[in-house]
Design a protein around this ligand. Sequence first.
Ligand code: PMP
Length: 432
Amino acid sequence: GVPERGNAELLDLRKRYLNPTLSVSYREPLKIVRGAGAWLYDQHGEAYLDMVNNVCHVGHCHPRVVAAGQAQMARLNTNTRYLHDNIVEYAMRLVATLPAPLSVVFLTNSGTEANDLALRLARAHTGKRGALVLDHAYHGHSPSMVELSPYKFNGKGGEGQVVHVGVVDMPDVYQGAFRDPSIAGRQYADLLPAEIAGLRERGFEPAVFYCESLLGCGGQIVLPDGYLREAYATVRAAGGVCLADEVQVGFGRAGDHFWAFERQGVAPDILTVGKPIGNGHPIGAVVTTPEIAASFVTGMEYFNTFGGNPVSCAIALAVLDVIHEEGLQENARVVGGLLMDGLRELQHRHECIGDVRGCGLFIGAELVSDPVARTPDRVKARQVVEAMKARHVLLSTEGPADNVLKIKPPVVFGRRDAGEFLEKLDAVLGGR
Ligand code: PMP
């Protein structure tokens, strides 16, 4: 087997042999050796409540998902150029969760691959090359997706905005320019025409608008009502197609709906998914309309060696079964509601909690040093994450100022887990 090494040695070897840009969480990194449900365990058997992992969606190492993968691995794993039941069954099951026009499936190995392929689809369909994105968005790590990710190209080491990309402000009703939720959806969507005009001045027509249905890297932002309806109408009128990136938020996490775009009363032209789709196994997908899929038929084949293999599809099928049979979308709605209520109660007693927002098990608590000026408090957020870790609760931070406590646990997260988190957060913030 693999030799067991201590944390210091692992850290040292990692520095020597691995990608030097890869960070580790926490001042004193954890060595995690096992997971079950919403819990992670270190090499000493110490348990940590995982509120970070939105990939192991139905719970770490869910026995049903593990068994499905093991059984299919022992039988066959090969590419998609043979007929196989799993890929067809999965495509049908995924499509059944979606509004009618979204009915053609492409399987990939990651969210980046899905978003990359989606850009090709949008360009093939529209014959145009420009793209519109939201500020602070992240859509992937490939060269084309870094160009569509202000989170990367405007961040450390980034090379700035390229000419074929237009960036609009996030519809952030807490920190942004427009703060009245009843009209902010339209106000933020009204920023798109100027960006489209900018693209045109630079010689590019808009092919596609990429937007997460709830904003992850942007800081757990819930889109104001009407935002996507207005934005989609504007982009479509300009000749582009609309993409919903649900790599982080799909598959019932939103609680009230299976797909977060449904909360906005719209349907995208292209949906991309990843992370939770395989509960940790690498698989992603693009789902689009027959018309857009037909435009991609140019004579060049899209073939992806691992994409849609029988093992990935067996695992993804098991994930859908578990979400359904264990009522995990409903669990996300109920437990997410308890967390939101609890956080709002803490907000009354702790001035540093400036804003609580989210839906289902996708929640943000924005920490500020001055609740009136809404001054982001990154240092406090860091401290809270470390203090919670000391109490065996794992959290992360997010947002442009990195001051938003990001809550996105596996959707098996229970009522007791929520109670434990709230009690410990209260203590960390200074108690009553
Ligand atoms: N889109 C969004 C919204 C994401 O959060 C991520 C991953 N953080 C990606 C795309 C890229 O997915 P992957 O890491 O699987 O390539």
